[in-house]
Design a protein. Sequence first.
Length: 242
Amino acid sequence: MHRYDAVLFDVDDTLLDFDASEEVACRHVFDDRTDSPAFPFALFAAAFRSVHNATWGLYMAGTVGRADVFRVTFEQLAAMGYLDGMDPAVAALTCQDWFVLHSVPEPEALRVLALLHARCRTGVVSNYELADIQRKRLAASGLAELLDVMVISGDSGIEKPDPAIFDEALHHLGLRPSQCLFVGDSLASDAAGARNAGMDFCWYRRHHTAPFAPTTAMNVIESLAELSTLVDAPDVPDVPDW
Ligand SMILES: [Mg+2]
């Protein structure tokens, strides 16, 4: 008897490495430029990261739409002389396509998800505006076929930590919150969302380097491989009311 009937995951920086996926796509654009490079990839990558972070800031401020993030970044890189004459619109599309089709799984993600999928139900609850793109990333990376349910905020407009997005996954699975473990990297959307939905939470903190003081009862893992033990741990017996 497993402790949970389902393990549900956040996607970015939990099952897929977001920054690594963008960097792989950036490398592809660098290799795809028409002229021979006048500078090394490390310089291009550093410029991309700096400009792209600024573009993400504009997106967060609401001044750049989600679908325009790559375009705005590459227009800026072109203006700074990094594209060697390559059309920034072409560079943005090239980057976007590569990002969608070659997203990088977190270490152990495919192996652990396959293991869990054989033992219990699995799914994702993801905050991602462009739902079709997120589904394609999950399919292309090989994760989708190991998932029983994929709930993506872009379809409904409801985002974590709203418990309604977790309820949608529970409805698909026919399960109660107490039967599920939610795994994610964000305390603001994943931990708070799981708590709002009544699910146990496991914090995957590979991308968080700050020291962590375990002041709460949540599970904390550094590697997805640790999930196997957690899911198979014996159920905690109910404490009787006195
Ligand atoms: Mg995340």
